[in-house]
Design a protein around this ligand. Structure first.
Ligand code: PLP
Length: 465
């Protein structure tokens, strides 16, 4: 295959892309397929001779889509959305065409400078103060790992990276039980250890299940009295399970009074902050030291794209950055080289899809979608509450709510029926010890009718349960 063939096949791929997206409503959201079934269809010895591209392309169109869960399906209400606006898909194609490696400014100048611009666009779009800078990671997990590693180094006077942790004091990180497992992963892999992640209780009866700032303060004091060393606090805005939001301003005040830095995980909910009316959910955010949100979830910049805002990048560069001889830039040492801000050396040109997306949709277009999703989510929750045997277990926070049907066993059976039916896709979580079903509304092409299909399907599939 050469570059002339690529023109032909790119045109065919573009047509296929359009037809695929237009036919999604006719497909089940999740494939009706058993583990191993797809592999059996493609199993073959490693190709010794070249295959014609049309044979490969045909196999793709005939075998792969039917074996995929369709994240761009308008009735995908599971997990969180993974939106891919057409403008961001186009940008990814162009980034792929250059196939650059953006590890240093000089290896991809436009990519690095566009990263600077799009970070500032998003910072302003989310209403964050002008003294935040930031970078783009592959995932929120990487950003949170970077933030927690930075907390470790701040607590150890930047000696952990050289001396290791063998003779270091026992460090402690604080987060609520509603924070994502990426925080657990970060403390495990940064050497702090799962046992030193202190899960701070939530305020009883709090409407968004906030961590209790007074409990946070007391736990930090107890740890200091016990000879342990507090290193930092991770807060959440829009927790993955039920959308929990910590009282950001109050918790940051406690952390800062103890000299601890704060990382805020707003991986999903951060996108909604382009709408001013949702910003009370993270009131006080301007005092955070680090914030992560995923434009690859609700905002429409296709996977992968996680943005981390930093008040001061220096501590993170101190923790993550390395400059071996072969990466020195000969007289341009003060230019930003984003690989020093994060875990991998190699970096894709991710800013291009943000630049295309924000220009092609405008904040106005993106706000309209997010506002619709929130409105429709409330309507769907009301309709489900009115069905016999159903109970809303957590009301909508932005566009995420949960419900149950009679008891755990029946709720699980209903979820199984729903996902075998295929018209909609929902997933579960545990809330206060109960098996509950989550609903999030956020897919870019969904309409109100798609969303109102949720109560219709639930009513149909529950009546003989
Ligand atoms: C999705 C999510 C994550 C993990 O995001 P990745 O980018 O997949 O690592 C972390 N925290 C929250 C709150 C999330 O919703």
């Amino acid at each position: 295959m050469n570059h002339d063939d690529l023109v032909t096949w790119s045109a065919k791929a573009a047509e296929w892309t359009r037809d695929y997206h237009k036919s999604l409503r006719d497909r089940p959201v999740r494939p009706k397929i058993a583990p191993g079934e797809f592999l059996a269809k493609i199993e073959a010895p490693v190709p010794e001779q070249p295959d014609p591209v049309d044979a490969i392309f045909d196999d793709f169109t005939q075998l792969v889509p039917d074996a995929m869960t369709h994240w761009q399906h308008p009735r995908f209400f599971a997990y969180f959305p993974g939106n891919a606006a057409p403008a961001s898909m186009l940008a990814e194609q162009l980034a792929n065409a250059m196939a650059a490696q953006a590890m240093l400014w000089q290896t991809a100048p436009a990519a690095n400078e566009m990263e600077d611009l799009t970070i500032r666009w998003l910072r302003d779009g989310l209403g964050l103060p002008a003294d935040f800078t930031g970078t783009i990671h592959d995932s929120a997990t990487t950003a949170t790992f970077s933030a927690v590693t930075t907390m470790r180094e701040l607590a150890l006077g930047h000696e952990g990276v050289t001396k290791g942790l063998a003779n270091a004091p026992t460090l402690r990180i604080y987060a609520s039980a509603q924070t994502h497992s990426s925080v657990d992963k970060a403390v495990r892999l940064s050497g702090i250890g799962q046992d030193n992640l202190v899960k701070v209780p939530t305020i009883p009866g709090h409407p968004t299940w906030s961590m209790d700032p007074n409990a946070l303060d007391q736990l930090i004091r107890d740890d200091i009295a016990a000879g342990l060393k507090p290193a930092g606090v991770v807060l959440c805005v829009g927790g993955t399970s039920i959308g929990a939001c910590d009282l950001i301003g109050e918790c940051i005040a406690v952390a800062h009074a103890h000299g601890l830095t704060v990382h805020v995980d707003a991986a999903w909910a951060g996108s909604a902050m382009i709408c001013e009316e949702f910003r009370p959910l993270w009131a006080g955010i301007e005092a955070a030291d680090s914030i992560v949100f995923n434009p690859h979830k609700w905002l429409g910049a296709q996977f992968d794209c996680a943005v981390q805002f930093l008040r001061d990048p220096a501590p993170q560069i101190g923790a993550m950055g390395l400059r071996p001889d072969y990466l020195k830039t000969q007289g341009a040492e003060d230019i930003v080289n984003y690989n020093e801000w994060t875990l991998p050396l190699g970096r894709r040109f991710r800013a291009l899809k943000l630049w295309f997306l924000l220009r092609a949709e405008g904040l106005t277009g993106l706000r309209t979608r997010i506002r619709n999703h929130v409105t429709w989510s409330h309507e769907a929750a009301d309709a489900i509450a009115a069905l016999k045997g159903f109970e809303i277990t957590t009301p909508p926070i932005l566009s995420l709510f949960s419900f149950r049907f009679e008891n755990d066993a029946k709720t699980a059976e209903l979820l199984d029926r729903v996902n075998r039916d295929g018209r909609i896709y929902l997933t579960q979580t545990n809330h206060n010890g109960s098996f509950v079903i989550r609903v999030q509304v956020g897919q870019f092409d969904c309409t109100r009718d798609d969303v109102m299909m949720i109560p219709t399907v639930l009513s149909e599939l529950s009546h003989d349960l």
